[in-house]
Design a protein around this ligand. Structure first.
Ligand SMILES: [Zn+2]
Length: 248
C-alpha cells in the first residue's frame, strides 16, 4: 500500500474508533445530552425538553407499579433504571442506531439505559412521527416499563441467554411487564383465532401475540419465569398449547 493510502487508512480507522467510542459513551452515559430530569425511588426519566416535575413523578410511580407486579424472579429493588426521552431527531439517531423508528430501545447488557422516542411526559404519551399521541393502552408508562423490563429479564437470564431467547419469550415477557401483568387471555385468544391484525407482530408492530403466550404459560400452565427463560420452545408449539387449552 502506498504511504499516503496507508496514512489515510490509519486516519480512517482512528476516526471510526473515536466515533464508535463516542457513540458507545453516549449509550452508556447519555445524561449530558438530556438537560431535564426527574427521579422517584430507583427510577429516573430524562428528556431533552422541559416537563412538569409532578407529572414526571406520576409517570415514574406508574412505571414502578407495573414493575412491582412482575413475578418475583424479575423483581430487583437494588439497581437504578434510567429512561431517556429523545425528542430531537439527532438524539434519536444517536441512541436508536439501527432501531431508528422503534418506540423504544434497550441495548442490555452493553448499556442498561432505556431510550424512548419523542414523548409528551406531561400527558403520559409516546408520540408518533406526526406528533399525535400513541393511543391507550400503550401509554408512556407502558413503553418505559417494557424497556426497563428488558434489563430485568437480561439480568435474570444472563446476557447470552437473553440474546438467544425466542422473540416470543423475550418480547412477550417484556410486554407482560409493560402491561403490569394485565392480560385478558380469553379476549386475546379470540382475537388470535379470528386473525386480528393486532395479533400479527409483523403487520402491527405490536407484541400482543407474544404477551398472550407468555401470560398463558405463567398464569395457566404454572410455568416459572426461569422455566420460561430456559425454554427455547418454538412459538408454534406454544400456540398449539394455548389453542388446545383456552376457549376464547
Ligand atoms: Zn421490547
Amino acid at each position: 500500500m502506498p504511504r499516503r493510502a496507508r496514512r489515510a487508512a490509519t486516519w480512517l480507522a482512528a476516526l471510526v474508533l473515536v466515533a464508535g467510542g463516542g457513540a458507545l459513551a453516549l449509550l452508556l452515559y447519555p445524561q449530558p445530552l438530556y438537560a431535564y430530569s426527574a427521579s422517584a425511588g430507583r427510577l429516573a426519566v430524562h428528556s431533552d425538553r422541559p416537563f412538569d416535575q409532578d407529572k414526571a413523578r406520576l409517570l415514574l410511580a406508574e412505571v414502578e407499579r407495573r414493575l412491582a407486579t412482575a413475578p418475583t424472579e424479575l423483581r430487583d429493588g437494588a439497581s437504578t433504571y434510567h429512561v431517556f426521552v429523545a425528542n430531537s431527531e439527532w438524539r434519536r439517531r444517536l441512541s436508536f442506531l439501527w432501531n431508528y423508528g422503534a418506540g423504544g430501545v434497550n441495548y442490555y447488557p452493553i448499556a442498561w439505559n432505556a431510550f424512548l422516542r419523542q414523548a409528551d411526559i406531561d400527558a403520559g404519551a409516546l408520540l408518533r412521527s406526526d406528533g399525535t399521541p400513541v393511543p391507550q393502552p400503550r401509554t408512556l408508562a407502558y413503553y418505559a416499563a417494557h424497556e426497563i423490563g428488558h434489563s430485568l429479564i437480561g439480568r435474570r437470564a444472563g446476557a447470552f441467554a437473553n440474546w438467544r431467547l425466542p422473540a416470543w419469550i423475550r418480547e412477550g415477557l417484556a410486554d407482560y411487564l409493560g402491561f403490569g401483568g394485565e392480560v385478558d387471555i380469553e379476549a386475546l385468544t379470540a382475537a388470535l383465532r379470528r386473525g386480528d391484525p393486532d395479533l400479527d407482530p409483523a403487520k402491527s408492530g405490536l407484541y400482543a401475540r407474544y404477551r398472550l403466550l407468555v401470560a398463558f404459560m405463567l398464569e395457566r400452565e404454572g410455568w416459572s419465569v426461569d422455566r420460561l427463560l430456559q425454554s427455547d420452545m418454538p412459538i408454534a408449539e406454544a400456540e398449539r398449547m394455548l389453542l388446545a387449552a383456552v376457549r376464547g
